[in-house]
Design a protein around this ligand. Structure first.
Ligand code: CA
Length: 427
């Protein structure tokens, strides 16, 4: 199963992010802005169930548009001949997340000791390639590896849905058809050009694919052939994938040698009303307001524009973020996502976990702990599927049952308290 990413921005300082299917739009869409459109789309859908018989005529209607985008009629016919719609992706498109994930839960699974160890092994295995990538694109190689780790768990998790099936379905049914048609045509171009074979082109339902989960349009703009075999292959070639990610970050404005940001300490009684990633102010002005590095040392002066980010409000970890944080944010428009990448990159370079605890008495679980929890749930007779460290709907239902039995508040959330209680009360 594809890992899930938040799609709701935390700019307002909210401490939680929505758990939604991967929706990789590389900064082009802000799902949080689509609320009003959704209300109308949902109303229209109820009266208009998708009709599979409309699929073939729809593909025929799209052919001239595809040809207008540079796809030959013969290629279009050949690549679409065996396509059938997958109505399941429409459910995913309209899925409205009801479960909100606290930032500490989100980060505890994405940046855990296991991913740091895996990332260091990858840094060692691909050190020559990473050196060459850093030299050509002038981007921090640890950040590139961190993107790889968060996007596909270092190539272990590409998503299993055939992309042409998903994108053709989304081009003919549901909301946002115009957007998905562009991605569908771009995916056809990728296959037609020979960069990636159609059967290797699988991914999340929304169309992101490969080691670093590019959308087809992003691929056409930014993917590179780094191993010089004549193909830009983000599925079969780690060098192509790492270099393409570096190219993305470079084009997004990465500045070599500058930090993404760092954790800071706020003076007591700090007025946080000027917080926000976008509200950049010169470093010297934050310094003048009493903010220090996390170890208490001065920020230094200078006029580098920095935003103060408080992902869980003023009682949690605080960060000053610079231009490079925005470059990471461009990869997938969510501050929690960018913080996960930035923090994992720091950890890969020997950095420590955040010094300030999250404002909770029930911290989140690493993937090792999530697997331990799932094993305990299975031992209690819950049919939650395989032990994969990913807590889906079945796990959450089982958690609610156990929370009720234990007298905990029933919210379906997996935290340290629940894990400990289950360990202490084996059946
Ligand atoms: Ca290549």
């Amino acid at each position: 199963m594809k890992s899930r990413f938040p799609t709701i921005n935390t700019d307002a300082g909210a401490a939680s992010v929505a758990q939604a299917p991967a929706n990789k739009v590389h900064g082009r869409l802000k799902p949080s802005l689509l609320g009003l459109a959704l209300v109308f789309a949902a109303a229209a859908h109820a009266a208009d169930a998708p009709d599979p018989a409309r699929f073939a005529p729809c593909l025929a209607e799209l052919k001239p548009d595809a040809q207008g985008r540079g796809i030959s009629g013969a290629a279009y016919d050949r690549l679409t001949a065996s396509l059938a719609p997958d109505m399941k992706v429409l459910e995913l498109l309209d899925y409205q997340p009801e479960f909100r994930t606290a930032i500490w839960d989100y980060l505890s699974a994405l940046v855990d000791d296991e991913r740091v160890a895996d990332g260091r092994a990858m840094q060692a295995q691909w050190s020559e390639v990473l050196k060459a990538v850093a030299a050509r694109y002038r981007v921090d190689p640890a950040t590139v590896v961190a993107v790889w780790g968060v996007e596909s768990n270092f190539g272990r998790n590409f998503g299993a849905r055939p992309l042409l099936t998903s994108l053709s379905t989304l081009s003919c049914y549901g909301r946002r058809q115009a957007y998905f048609r562009g991605e569908f045509f771009d995916a056809l171009k990728i296959v037609d050009s020979g960069d990636v074979k159609a059967e290797q082109l699988t991914g999340s339902w929304a169309g992101a694919f490969g080691h670093t989960q590019f959308m087809p349009s992003t691929f056409l703009r930014l993917a590179v052939d780094f191993d010089d075999d004549g193909r830009r292959d983000l599925v079969g070639s780690v060098p192509d994938a790492l270099a393409s990610t570096a190219n993305f970050l470079k084009k997004a404005g990465w500045r070599e040698g500058e930090p993404w940001g760092y954790e800071v300490r706020l003076p007591s009684g700090f007025d946080a009303s000027n917080a926000g990633r976008r509200n950049k102010q010169p470093l010297a002005s934050w310094s003048a307001r009493g903010i220090t590095r996390i170890d208490g040392s001065p920020l230094g002066g200078g006029d580098a524009p920095a935003g103060l980010m408080l992902p869980a409000g003023p009682r949690g970890p605080a960060f000053l973020v610079f231009r490079n944080f925005d470059a990471i944010y461009g990869y997938n428009a969510a501050e929690s996502y960018a913080l996960a990448i930035a923090h994992l990159a720091d950890r890969l370079k020997g950095g420590q976990p955040f010094a300030t605890p999250w404002p909770t008495d029930d911290p989140g679980l690493s993937r090792v702990e999530r697997r331990e929890l799932q094993t305990l749930l299975i031992a209690r007779g819950h049919a939650i599927g395989s032990v994969d460290g990913m807590l889906g709907d079945a796990s959450r239902s089982a958690i609610r049952v156990e929370q009720q039995r234990l007298g905990h508040s029933i919210d379906g959330r997996a935290g340290q308290k629940l894990l400990k209680a289950l360990k202490d009360s084996r059946p």
